[in-house]
Ligand binder design. Structure first.
Ligand code: MN
Length: 721
């Protein structure tokens, strides 16, 4: 552990007369407060704030910042108080330490969705004094360096947050080295496989190229010496994460990247920079399109350098960065390079990086409006995300293109599964609307909802997609078992037995199914015949009614006279609710069926039941197995009224306005036109088939009557297929 005097010496190496008293007092106070506390690694806790302070001395920060670094965990982790720190070290340091304490508390609750809020508060805290952020970054750097002891999933979470928030912030502040190290450390935990693969490649490459690198360095140094330029040439180590990112972003192979050699040439003056540039461009051919002059046009974070790429002595590509020593310091330390040693914050103001960060922060502090904040930061920090809010103000981070359905699943799986609609910023909107930054999303729910399978292709988050798939698979299974149970009830009762699902337990091996539920759903799917189930329980059962149906005449008399809501029939028939009910039911697409119709179901194995009005010719022409014809009855849910499909045929005069007149009669009487087909006109007449959704038979009848009353219509009749 660094001794007290060593820390003072470090600071004294860049500050002429440092405030030794302050440094010593903070060192002793923090050491005493942390006392016997240990880190997860078993090291004394005090080693952590001390290392954080050491990192900040490398950035040449002032004594106050170093003292804050030493004290940064005392309020949170020891019995130290803000008041005590104020009394001992002054209010300024007390405030900074408190700022860091608040940030630390945020770390503890951090989850992906809370990151935006974290960042927001982080930046707000910084608006008081940029040094809070510098200490926080050093704190995070040391924690990342010593992260390995934590549980893997915790490592991953912290590494992800570091990658998404702290590394970009360091970059924005122009602290390139810090950013690189944070990224490299995070990369190792976020994607260990990729990390070790890239490291392996890089090591093999370094081994292979050791002599080549030396050769290029030597060649550059010789040329510069010949022209009397006092320069330092350094070969640049490739960073695993930056290699990985280039491979990902530009889809380059490792081989394509590996023929690039990076060198940095550091010279005393700006004039020297351009002399070096002229020299390398004279001696070696430049690679077109790679030259950038960040000296005459510095980057927003103050970065200055000349970048160029040339074909080196052996025709390999050599990337060069040419800069002065001062520029180099700014590139490494960023904002910190502008830290004044005696006067604290004021000199930060000279840095452009600070000015731009400061501007962000001020906009933030003014409008405490989350949308504005997000507008501003998303550009650089969260390029691919949108941030939306629950009505209670919780932030939900989603990928771009996300819908309210994704939002609902991000909040909770149950909310996604029961989502039937949404309000965006107070207005009812389709659930497939793309969300924008700052949208407030309220999910409208119904417990009887099952997410439509079609949503799967609308959503963009993996969580929503897998939840929808699971829910619809379960719903389909539930539907089929319910149908199977009803079919068995009916078949058992016809055979003179009582159906008790539990008794199927004893015959599972005989039916080659694993559970009663599997039997039920396979009956519902048409994969097991009800009579096979009866036979498995009652081997003596004679399948008198089995065999193929030869004609509807034999069948139809068995269909109860009144398939309406007759209480007496309830035990025998299968209640049908509609499209969104608990059975896999569809309606004849040759004319539909509406409540009030006598109906019969045809079971199509694997697909469910299709409902036909008993007058439909599909039934009289049915040639399949008798078991596949089902007695069904309407079971209308009064609370969830629902429309049903029907088809009518209209013969009308072929006059202008005929179609409009017909459509308006249907609309006036609350019919909903789904489809309209015009048949070839016969002389002066037009025949059309109209599919309409209606509430029930009497509704349909009244529409037909009103259509007949119109002068333009010649005949109106219902079609049932
Ligand atoms: Mn800490």
């Amino acid at each position: 552990m660094m001794r007290q005097y060593e820390l003072v010496e470090r600071v004294a190496s860049y500050i002429a007369e440092p405030d030794e008293l302050l440094l010593n007092k903070a060192y002793v106070y923090a050491m005493q407060k942390h006392g016997e506390q240990k880190r997860a690694s078993g090291d004394p806790y005090f080693s952590h704030p001390l290392e954080v302070a050491a990192i900040l001395t490398e950035l040449h920060l002032d004594e106050e910042t170093i003292a804050v670094a030493l004290l940064h965990d005392t309020i949170e982790d020891t019995d130290a108080t803000r008041r005590e720190i104020d009394e001992l070290f002054g209010e300024k340091i007390g405030k900074l330490v408190e700022g860091l304490t608040k940030l630390k508390r945020l770390d503890l609750v951090s989850q992906q969705a809370k990151q935006a809020e974290n960042l927001r508060r982080l930046l707000l805290a910084v608006s008081d004094d940029i040094r809070v952020l510098l200490v926080k970054l050093a704190d995070r750097l040391h924690n990342m360096r010593t992260l390995g002891i934590m549980r893997p999933e915790k490592c991953r979470r912290i590494a992800t947050e570091t990658m998404e928030i702290y590394a970009p912030l360091a970059g924005r502040m122009g602290m390139q080295d810090l950013r690189d190290e944070l990224e490299e450390l995070s990369f190792k935990y976020i994607n260990p496989e990729a990390y070790s693969a890239v490291i392996g490649h890089l090591e093999a490459l370094a081994e292979k190229n050791r002599s080549l690198t030396k050769e290029i360095t030597g060649a550059l140094e010789r040329r510069l010496k010949e022209r009397h330029i006092d320069a330092v040439v350094k070969s640049r180590q490739k960073k695993p994460y930056s290699v990985f990112r280039k491979m990902e972003l530009k889809s380059l192979s490792f081989e394509q990247l590996s023929d690039i050699y990076g060198f940095r040439i550091i010279v005393p003056s700006v004039e020297d920079c351009y002399r070096v540039l002229g020299l390398v461009h004279t001696d070696w051919k430049m690679v077109p399109g790679r030259f950038k002059d960040f000296i005459s046009v510095p980057k927003q974070n103050d970065y200055q350098s000349i970048h160029t790429t040339v074909f080196g002595p052996l025709s390999q590509r050599v990337e060069l960065q040419i800069r002065t020593r001062e520029m180099h310091e700014v590139a490494e330390y960023g904002i910190a390079a502008h830290a004044s040693y005696k006067d604290g914050e004021d000199q930060f103001a000279e840095s452009k990086a600070y000015a731009s960060l400061r501007k962000t922060i001020e906009q933030l502090a003014e409008g405490d409006n989350p949308e504005e904040f997000l507008e501003h930061t998303k550009l650089e920090l969260f390029l691919d995300q949108v941030f939306c809010f629950t009505p209670k103000g919780r932030i939900i981070a989603l990928p771009k293109g996300a819908t309210p359905i994704d939002f609902a699943y991000a909040v909770h799986t149950d909310i996604g599964n029961s989502c039937i609609g949404c309000k965006l910023n107070g207005k009812i909107m389709p659930v497939i609307t793309q969300l924008n930054n700052g949208d407030e999303v309220e999910i409208i729910r119904s417990e009887s909802q099952t997410p439509p399978a079609a949503w799967e292709s609308v959503v963009v988050t993996g969580k929503a997609r897998s939840s929808i798939r699971r829910a619809s698979r379960q719903a389909v299974h539930r539907q089929y078992s319910a149908l199977g149970a009803r079919m068995l009830e009916r078949a058992f009762s016809d055979a003179g037995y009582d159906f008790v699902a539990k008794t199927l337990d004893t015959v599972l091996p005989r039916l080659a199914r694993r559970s009663v539920d599997d039997v039920l759903s396979d009956v519902g799917r048409g994969e097991i015949r009800p009579r096979t189930v009866i036979k498995s329980l009652y081997p003596d059962f004679e399948m008198a009614n089995s065999g193929l149906a030869s004609s509807a005449n034999q069948l139809l008399p068995e269909i109860p006279e009144t398939s309406g809501n007759t209480p007496g029939e309830q035990g025998k028939t299968i209640p049908i609710r509609g499209l969104r009910n608990d059975l896999p039911v569809t309606f004849s697409n040759e004319g539909g069926a509406v409540p009030g119709d006598k109906i019969v179901g045809i079971l199509t194995p694997g697909e469910g039941i299709t409902i036909y009005p008993s007058s439909s010719s599909v039934l009289s022409n049915f040639k399949g197995a008798k078991d596949d014809l089902l007695d069904v009855r309407w079971d209308i849910d009064v609370k969830n009224r629902q429309r049903f499909p029907a088809r009518i045929k209209v013969l009308a005069a072929n006059l202008p306005g005929t179609l409009a007149a017909i459509a308006s009669v249907i609309a006036e009487h609350d019919g909903n036109i789904q489809n309209l087909v015009m048949k070839v006109p016969v002389e002066d007449f037009t025949e059309m088939e109209i599919d309409i959704d209606v509430w029930d038979l009497s509704h349909l009848t009244s529409i037909i009557t009103h259509l007949k009353d119109k002068e333009v219509t010649t005949s109106v009749e219902r079609i049932t297929g």
